[in-house]
Ligand binder design. Sequence first.
Ligand SMILES: [Zn+2]
Ligand SMILES: [Zn+2]
Length: 388
Amino acid sequence: MNSILINLYFFVMVKELNLYENDLLCNSFTYFASLMSMSFIPRTHLLQLSPKGLYCPIGDFYIDPSRAVDRAVITHAHGDHVKAGMKHYLTHQDSSPIIKLRIGTTANIQGLAYGETLNINGVNLSFHPAGHIIGSSQVRLEYKGEIWVVSGDYKIEDDGVCTAFESVKCHTFITESTFGLPIYKWAPQAEVFNEVNAWWQQNRERGLTSIILSYALGKAQRILHHLDPGIGEIFVHGSIKETNDAFRNAGIMVKDFPVVLSGKSKDHYRGAIIVAPPNWANANWLKKFQPYATASASGWMATRGSKQKMPADKGFTLSDHADWEGLNKAVKDSKAERVLVTHGYTKVFSKWLNELGLEAYELHHFGSNIFDSNTQIAEHSNLGGEAE
Ligand SMILES: [Zn+2]
Ligand SMILES: [Zn+2]
């Protein structure tokens, strides 16, 4: 009905303005008007930006809200996506133990399996693997045949630890773009871990302790999974042990490693590798392991400037986010008619998608006549994010 009305409006407008000279031209204008009308059909806005984050007005819930709300849907347990103070958390069941660990056991958390559907005020919600860290999910929303997918953080390559990314078809795809520049191109992880293990082996031969800096949730489990135990002993910092134990206690299989103890002599760790969060890499803590070599593992290591800023001797380019090619693949495979870009290089990536002929916007600009254009959601910062 709308399409007929808009078509008619175009036709009348064309006629009024005397824009056509003959029937042929008139027909082409009618055709043009009919094409235009297709994109004028109002679509249900399943999500909109609000000062508290992405909001679904029909379902009355928020996705990864930045401030306290009644109903929070959480894509994954990284600190920039899950905050304390929500009345109710809905998340993938494997994210629950970490949310409890970080926010407290009294948090009201409901966990779903991948693919399980929950109807919230008529909106069918389900979680689908995002391949970013254990429990990480894309959120699929369906209402009267209209489908929106929120990617959360994701990567395409199967890391061998969390459930691999699964493409979900939708009308509107909200994608992250943390590494949304063509310069970001990841090597296959087997290559990166060969380098990591070779670095450790060399350090061991030189009588050094290897210390690899990695965030406690996600990157740590990935590194630990791929370190070669044939080289030597593997230790973890207490915060990584705590995270691993929370997973293991919930029945999620992650390998167990001994915690590094401060009372031990330096010789105890010589030739071993220690996985520790970057915020522990201060001189005081490190000197307990002298002589040692340090390394950092992050997607930001792909650029020389970031490499120079890092607080480590060596940098490995290893990210839990999609690279440029991965982002493009996810968008293409989603078959979305409209793409909204958030986190990171939103401007470059949305413009690139426009050049490919896709309807794409930066999320914080999308529908600024409807939504509050001053609202922006927190962007991942260079080297500052938890998961990169
Ligand atoms: Zn994030
Ligand atoms: Zn994350």
